[in-house]
Design a protein around this ligand. Structure first.
Ligand code: EPU
Length: 416
């Protein structure tokens, strides 16, 4: 199993390009199932999760051609509607094939994802929404089986804001008969990007980016070309690294308008931020100030940036309170950060982080994707050597992270 070895304390300087967004690419890949003509995608990140999704789609009978950041998905020859446990258990986003399969083929059999390191993460809202659209759904033998001759438009109110839930239902509704209204919809930019891809395919969608999405069902979708949005979480992770360890970095190919909560907190921490249309420059010359935050659905502070800010707070001046409201078990990194000398007190879903002047390198273990990113940031700032084990979590969602950081002057290497 690969590990990362980091010699901490080197400021980061230079320029790097941010990749396409994992959490936009995954649903958009599934959207290809809705049409019998190819969907062409640009700016597809080279990530393990994308490779897993491509494998799942190929197993269903789609043809995929990949050349660098370009990918073509041709779902004209889909021959199976079953997403098996072996693939779904490694990536929860596999549940995103459920809506498209039942909408286009009238049937789907998708394994239930099961538990996960950051929380229970049920998919009841996906199921409830599809039932409201007329699908007959059974959950048995660990699989969700859905059937419908044609889905019907309806009024759906989700019990909580769910990103992939909104995406699954929005995709299903594109081919339903009549109008579907999704209330309490997720407003995440990745949902909007998916709506853009679907619209290019001929879907009729209003209100993406608001909490009320209206989809007018059409008979069929066609092929299209779409550029995946920039990864706001990858960008935010590099910005946090600079805030923690100091230096000056320009991030290119980003969408700053999707990053307001993160940029606001970085300014509060004392970072100097400059913005252009598609770039962000950060400069940090002093120890950061601790920030307090509370995760919330977009446009609130992203849960996917929580671990990275906890790492910044660990070496900040002052005390910061971090409250996690989206997932019930997303503080696993706190215990690992403590192994590096951080002063963190956990109380339920709140972490009180008292900044210490320095962390000291140690061996730590990555527990999930964003926790790993927080540990990398802490390792970049810690004195001496930090070894991060189980970095396969990191590879799921960050493209060549160690190469990108080395390019900025970090001393970091991957060892098998
Ligand atoms: N929830 C339910 N029932 C449902 C759906 C969700 O109870 O049917 C609960 C979840 O358990 C959670 C809350 O609702 O407590 C919100 O979960 P959501 O459904 O929004 O999360 P998700 O769609 O499974 C996506 C991202 C996550 C990100 C969350 C929150 C993708 C592929 N994944 O997950 O990304 O943390 O939204 O923004 O888009 C990551 O990239 O590291 C990652 C975990």
């Amino acid at each position: 199993m690969d590990k990362l070895i980091i010699q901490g304390g080197k400021p980061l300087r230079g320029e790097l390009e941010v990749s396409g967004a994992k959490n936009a690419a995954l649903p958009i890949l599934c959207a290809a199932l809705l049409a019998s003509e190819p969907l062409e995608l640009d700016n597809v990140p080279r990530l393990h999760d994308v490779a897993t999704m491509a494998r799942l789609l190929e197993q269903l009978g789609t043809k995929i051609v990949r050349a660098g950041e370009h990918m073509t998905i041709d779902a004209s020859g889909v021959s199976s509607v079953e997403a098996p446990y072996e693939l779904v258990k490694t990536m929860r986003a596999s549940i995103l094939v459920l809506g498209p399969l039942v909408a286009r083929f009238g049937a789907a059999r998708v394994s239930l994802p099961g538990g996960c390191a950051i929380g229970q993460r049920p998919v009841d809202q996906h199921i409830k929404g599809l039932q409201a659209m007329g699908a007959e759904i059974h959950v048995e033998h660990g699989y969700v089986t859905a059937q419908a001759s044609r889905l019907r438009g309806t009024h759906i109110f989700t019990d909580m804001v769910t990103v992939t839930g909104t995406e699954n239902l929005m995709m299903a509704a594109t081919l339903a008969e009549g109008e579907t209204v999704i209330e309490n919809a997720a407003r995440e930019p990745e949902v909007t990007d998916l709506a853009r891809a679907l619209t290019a395919m001929g879907a009729r969608i209003e209100g993406a980016g608001t909490d009320r999405i209206i989809v007018h069902g059409v008979e069929r979708l066609r092929g299209a070309r779409h550029r995946v949005m920039a990864d706001r979480i990858e960008a935010g992770t590099f910005l946090c690294a600079v805030a923690a360890v100091g230096g000056e970095v320009l991030l290119a190919r980003v969408q700053p308008e999707t990053m307001e909560a993160t940029l606001g907190k970085l300014r509060e921490a004392g970072a100097r931020i400059e913005l252009g249309n598609d770039w962000v420059r950060i400069a940090m010359s002093a120890r950061p100030r601790a920030v307090s935050l509370r995760t919330a659905p977009y446009p609130g502070f992203a849960t996917d940036m929580q671990a990275q800010f906890m790492a910044v707070n660990c070496i900040a001046e002052g005390v910061g309170t971090i409250t996690e409201t989206i997932f019930e078990n997303r503080f696993m990194h706190a215990l690992e950060l403590q192994r590096l000398g951080a002063d963190i007190a956990l109380d339920g879903n709140t972490a009180l982080v008292k900044g210490v002047p320095a962390l000291s390198g140690a061996t730590v273990m990555a527990t999930d994707l964003r926790a790993s990113a927080g540990l990398v940031i802490a390792g970049l700032v810690a004195r001496g050597e930090t070894v991060i084990e189980r970095i396969y979590h990191l590879d799921r969602g960050y493209e060549r992270m160690e190469a990108k950081l080395s390019g900025l002057g970090a001393v970091i290497e991957r060892r098998s």
